[in-house]
Every structure is written in structure tokens, then in C-alpha cells.
Write a protein that binds this ligand. Sequence first.
Ligand SMILES: *Cc1c(COP(=O)(O)O)cnc(C)c1O
Length: 420
Amino acid sequence: MSRYHTPLDLVRSRPVEGPVACARPDRLAIAATWFQDNFPGEVLYAVKANPSPWVIDALYAAGMRWFDAASLPEVELVRERCPGATIAYMHPVKSRHAIRRAYFDHGVKIFVLDCEAELKKILEETQYAKDLTLVVRLAVSNEGSALPLAGKFGAGEAEAPDLIRQARAHADELGVSFHVGSQCMAPGTYRAAMAEVSRLIVQAGVTVDIVDVGGGFPSVYPGMRPPPLADYITAIKDAFEDMMVLENADLWCEPGRALIAESVSVLTRVELVKGNQVHLNDGAYGCLYDMVYAKWPFPIRVHRADGDLTEQSEEFKLYGPTCDSIDTMPGLHTLPADLAEGDVLEIGMLGAYGTAMATRFNGFGDVETCQVDDYPWASLYTGSAAEAVAALPATAAEERVVPFARAQRRRRNRLMKRRG
Ligand SMILES: *Cc1c(COP(=O)(O)O)cnc(C)c1O
């Protein structure tokens, strides 16, 4: 990966042909360290947010050993790059082939399900394995999230208690999980979800070993500044104390966005300016999917290879490179009045659901990756998290000890449960 001090240095030292993802692995390490130090349980990176090899490698280097995979290719990706990693297969709908391969070829023991038919599939394809961790995905309120995910997955109140009981009967360890929706702006949403889940566990009347609070942790975007991440941790800790689970139950989370969003910006070149129309070489079918379909507000700045830019004073409409008219960014963007062909737009906070979304439509979709060392637009990880950088090697070394202790504790818990 070529390395530049800043995206502007990159633009000044070479042409930007296709879109370029500017990677900040050091920032990702800060985020990963923060979560591992502050979340009172296991942190599973939700690979789907950004499956770029450099992301997986940087997380692994920062001590991350648990990964949430949504498909067999994601399982394979983590297996290949992360020796000794624990992989949880957290998509509620899996093909039989994928279940079989994940279990028998890749040692995946953790599977999520949200209905009886999927439980049956998992049991049959693992030949009723005795070492499964089964996680029942429950439907919870997504109120308070910018991008609700409710409606597709999750067992509802009517079927959840019975499903939890059935999963308990076949699980070595039993978990419950939920997803409050992406970019959750209110820590109280987790608290409410955990109270809801606790009621369902009580109705089911069985013991639960793991509570997985899912993803949904926010990042910072224009007009969306969430409360400090520490408030989310506090809300989750408090709610966990009140839950009707074993005293030694484990807590998991699956952040995607909050870990990777701020670590990547994308450079896209202006191919043509026609009046107030600006045609870019990235768009709805590339890294800017969320900008178009979710009308997500990403920050934009402009770089010019030689010469200065005038003030950002003129309103422009932005277009992506494909022939489809959907490939148009919503709203108007205030950019330099003399914006011209060859100028480069840097779109920030695009690490999550950015490069991961690019398609091959119209022959576009190749995204190059370069490393940069500048500070991202905005960060959730300042102050004490910045100090974490200095502590990084020590944290990585400690990590080898901590999961081992946790694994031991879990083993002991299991024995105690069987005995008593
Ligand atoms: C998408 C997803 C995540 C990550 O969500 P973020 O909002 O990016 O944190 C975690 N868990 C599951 C099951 C998901 O589907």
C-alpha cells in the first residue's frame, strides 16, 4: 500500500485515476483499542462494514480476535488472515452448504438463528454437534437509530420464548442477540432493548450464557454528533446488571460503523463540470451508495493538484459515473466556484459501508487503497483514547492473557452449571 502524509500530498504527487480509499490504520487501531479496553466483554468486528484486507489485518494487529461474519466468504477471509480468531456466523439465514463448510472446514461454532427452521438447518448440517454456541436473534425497537434495521430479522415476542427454550436444549452455550439499528443516536435504546430481551428470557424460563448487544454504535457525521461512546458503555453495563441472566453471563457486542467509519475517506475525481453539474468517477454504484440511497450526510472537501482553490461559495449538483440517472447525489453541495475537471473531492467518514458497497456496474468499481497519516474529519476517540495509541503494544500483548482467562472462566461456569 503506498503511503502519503495527507490526501492532499497524494493528489499533488500522482494522478488520481479511479477512486482512492485513504486508509488510516492507526486510527482504526485507536478505535479497536478503545472498544477492547472499555466494553465489558467480547468485541466482535462486524466484517460486513468493511471487509478490506488492511482493515482485518489492522484490527488483528490491535488485538482483535473475535469477528462477526455474515457469509461464508467473510468466514474464509477472517480464517485466512487471523490465526486463532473466533468467528461467529451472525446472519440469521444461512445456506446449508455455508453452515456445513463453516462448521467442518473453518471451525465456526457460533451460529445465530431467529426461527425454528434455521435452528433445524444448523443442527442437521453440523450433525447435531454438541459444541455449538447458539445465539437467538430477537426483534427489538429501533427507535433512536438513524438507519433502522428492524423488520427483516429477529424473533418477535410471540415466538421468542419457545425458540429460546428449543435452542437451549441443543446449545452448549446459549446466547441472545439483537440489533438496535445502525447509527444509534441514543444510548437509552440499548437499555430499552436489553430490558425487552430480559423479559423474553424470563418468559422462556431457561438460563442464558451470553447477551450480545449487536452493532449500532455511532460515528460522527455532519449534523449527527452522537453522545460520547462512553455513555453507550455505561447504559449497556447498567442494563446488563438488571437483566435476568446468570451472574457470570458474558456480554458481547458487534460494532461495525463505530470502529471503521472515521478511518477512511475516499478520493473521487471531477471528470467534467457542466454549469452547476459536477460529474465524478464514484457514485451510487460505487462507494457512495449510502450518500444516494440513505441520503447520508458525508463531509466533503476539495483538493487541487496544482494551484489554489477559491472559497467554497457555489452550489453544485453531484453525479456519479454510470449511465443510470439514479446515480445522482441528493441535494446541492457548496464547493469552490472555480471547480474544474481534474480536481479531487475527498469524501470523509466513509470507512463503514463505503468501499464495501462498490459494484462493477458500467465497468466501474475498482477502488485503489493508499495509506495516509492525517487526522480524520472527526473522531469519537479523543483524549484517553488518544493515549491508547502509546499503550498499543502493551495492550496487544495483554490480549493474549485476557481471552485465555475469559475462556477459563467460561469453562468453569459451564461445569458449575452442569453440576448445579
Ligand atoms: C450490520 C450488523 C452489525 C454492525 O452494525 P453497525 O451498525 O455497523 O455497528 C452488527 N451485527 C449484525 C448482526 C449486523 O447485521
